[in-house]
Ligand binder design. Structure first.
Ligand code: LLP
Length: 403
């Protein structure tokens, strides 16, 4: 990608996504499960731009959604309803009703109470709800605590014992059809052996259920496949897939996995422009250089929220010095990078924040009344706008009639 050209053509701050990269990542993962029936259900939350979803749907992927809004986005982008999974700890009655009416593949249940709610809504609609239960296998994914989800101290899923009870109940219910079993233990795992460990634990329950003639057809291992932001090792996809396959030996189930970051994380960059440079006046040993850019924590919150590292490239040579790359938002936590080595910069220079395709734009906000960035795709060497830059009118449209 010619970042300078893109910055000039579309302005900054800007998200740019390489669609060919997404396709490659999809094929890489899909290939590992060739020996079996499998469905790659992209986790929409990672990047929910309609054109991104359309591109992923065109590969034959399914979608893992956590709100009715995400389901509607996926459908609008061309997803087939029978490839959509609906997960999430807090589905509202309206969302459950709409999901049942849309005849999606299955609803992933996260509690007994939710199961009863789904049952009564299905009864009211005269439908049978296809469901799976999210099992919390109590496995440590060894990742950042905020994105770790598979320990019993986390709010997600139910224990194996509770899941067993739920399946027995659902099996007897006229309005519930248990078709899947699910877990997701955490995100950004560069060592995927905890997923294999969880597969072994959850497949034992699957075997029990099959023995009871509860016909589970889908084994969903969640997302979590990590990517390289810095010096991390690329995860071993072969060992991951083989580990899951061997946990399922002798059982006829379709494997589902729900990658978000793996498909889109490294397809995207966040392009921002230098506004100013300044150095504080403290003593030489505590002297600090700040590079102030036009992108901020409202555009890309990962560094502020998780102290996540994103490589920042200045696109120019020169003697480098450490600096903090900060945005215009009124918070000390507003930074895109800390202690980053960058050459001398001047107003108008472009910085490229790498690995920003996942949980970048999708977690952005209008904090400080900042319009959100534009998004573009690059496919086969051609660039195209896929989301207009917001303007002031967009920010006030739901308020102005009340003033
Ligand atoms: N499936 C379920 C049920 C999930 O909760 C998630 C992510 C995924 C799949 C996709 O996980 P992935 O393949 O992307 O690791 N905002 C955080 C990440 C939060 C992930 C939440 N759940 C970040 O910026 O790192």
């Amino acid at each position: 990608m010619d970042y300078l050209l893109l910055a000039k053509k579309y302005g900054t701050p800007l998200y740019a996504y390489d669609f060919d990269y997404i396709e490659n990542q999809y094929n890489k993962l899909k290939k590992e499960f060739n020996a079996r029936k499998s469905l790659i259900a992209y986790a929409v939350k990672a990047n929910s731009n309609l054109s991104v979803l359309k591109h992923i749907a065109a590969q034959g992927a399914g979608f893992d959604c956590v709100s009715i809004g995400e389901i509607k986005r996926a459908l609008m982008a061309g997803a087939q309803n029978y490839k959509i999974i609906y997960s999430g700890v807090g589905k509202s009655d309206e969302e459950i009703e709409q999901a049942l009416n849309l005849d999606i593949l299955m609803l992933n249940l996260e509690s007994e109470e939710e199961m009863k709610r789904v049952e009564s809504i299905a009864e009211k609609l005269g439908k049978t709800a296809r469901i799976s239960v999210r099992v919390n296998p109590n496995v440590d994914p060894k990742t950042h605590p905020y994105i770790s989800t598979g320990l019993s101290e986390n709010k997600f899923g139910v224990s194996i014992d509770k899941a067993r009870k739920m399946y027995l109940y659902a099996h007897k219910s006229e309005f519930l059809d248990p078709v899947g079993i699910h877990f997701h233990i955490g995100s950004q795992l560069t060592d995927l052996s905890p997923v294999v460990e969880a597969s072994n634990i959850v497949s034992k329950l699957l075997r029990e259920l099959k023995a009871l003639e509860i016909d589970i057809k889908f084994f969903d291992v969640g997302g979590g496949v990590g990517i390289r932001y810095d010096q991390e090792n690329d995860p071993d996809l072969y060992a991951y897939a083989q580990g899951i396959l061997s946990a399922l030996k002798g059982m006829d189930v379709t494997i589902i996995c729900e990658p978000g970051r793996f498909l889109v994380g490294n397809c995207g960059v966040f392009i921002t422009k230098v506004l100013y440079e300044k150095t504080n006046d403290a003593k030489p040993e505590s002297r600090k250089r700040f590079v102030i850019v036009d992108g901020a924590m409202n555009d890309l919150i990962r560094p502020s929220l998780y102290e996540a590292y994103h490589e920042i490239d200045a696109l120019k040579e020169g003697e480098s010095e450490l600096c903090d790359v900060v945005g215009p938002v009124c918070e000390s936590g507003d930074f895109l990078g800390k202690n980053i080595s960058l050459p001398e910069l001047s107003s108008g220079d472009i910085l490229v924040v790498k690995s920003a395709g996942a949980y970048g734009f999708s977690m952005s906000s209008n904090y400080n009344s900042r319009p959100r960035a534009a998004e573009i795709e690059v496919k086969g060497g051609k660039d195209r706008l896929i989301r207009k830059r917001e303007n002031f009118e967009d920010l006030i449209q739901n308020e102005k009639e009340f003033i």
